[in-house]
Design a protein around this ligand. Sequence first.
Ligand SMILES: O=P(O)(O)OC[C@H]1O[C@H](O)[C@H](O)[C@@H](O)[C@@H]1O
Length: 314
Amino acid sequence: MERKNRPTSIGKPPHLPQPTVDLSNNVVTATLPTGESAQVHLFGATVTSWKTSDGKERLFLSTAADLTGKKPIRGGVPIVFPVFGPPPKDHETSQLPQHGFARNNTWEFMGKSSSESTDSKSDDSVKLDFGLSSSMLPEDTKNKWPYEFGLVYSVTLSKSTLKVQLQVQNKGEKPFDFQCLFHTYFTVNDISQTTVSGLEGTQYIDKVQKAQTFTEKHDALPIEGETDRVYTTPALPPIVVKEGGKETLVITRDSLPDVTVWNGWVDKIAGMGDFEPKDGWKRYLCIEPGFVSSWTKLEAGEAWEGSTVAEAKL
Ligand SMILES: O=P(O)(O)OC[C@H]1O[C@H](O)[C@H](O)[C@@H](O)[C@@H]1O
């Protein structure tokens, strides 16, 4: 895959504070001069930490998450590709594991770039690029999904926002179908005080209720039990998370019409070996922008791009 190592400070006076980016032990850590930081494990290109300038951790990471590369990381932002959930039986992805292979293979770090706003005295964002292509997969996985692809995943840390973007390239000679999703675990202080707005009037499949389809009636949806819903929102409304009625997060999207809202609640989390602490269900909510309600077909040589931005309200 083509490398994109770009210089970070062309034409800038050397005294301006710069973002720092460090790669050690297969983890990339980026820190802005204003204190925001993000961490990305090369395994799965999983963002495992996003801290705002107030020091607050915005992503939930299980304390029992396996960080050794043996299984997908429980928490942060695992990437779902090329299939969401258990693969359908009669589909080209049927031999793949749940949520595909992007979250359980090691990506390469392709480099960083940064940008400065016109009135800023420092670089105020940094973009990290990661790549995964068919040639980097184990033979076994290649055989299960024999397509030539390239993924470029960009994580941009700015003041109060984290943007993630996935570009999918078909590098082969035959078309393929894919689904993708950013399986984002956000931290909340108290799930019983948390609501999700922006979904009113949209249709969802409720996986807790035998995959029946409903229309969302809540202006502000409370999370009051096991919740596992895939909303389809072609108009891409912003999704707003509130705690105690106060906005804490605003999530916007580009080319990602679906949003999964997931909290496993007491019993489901009790049964997950890599989810700790066991009362952690009170302090996380997955809001997962993606394109999973249908398949996206990529012809040979074509590329597709989707992104989402989470803005933390300080
Ligand atoms: O345990 P995992 O494979 O990471 O999946 C965790 C969860 O992911 C999504 O949110 C699905 O909608 C859920 O049904 C699933 O339980």
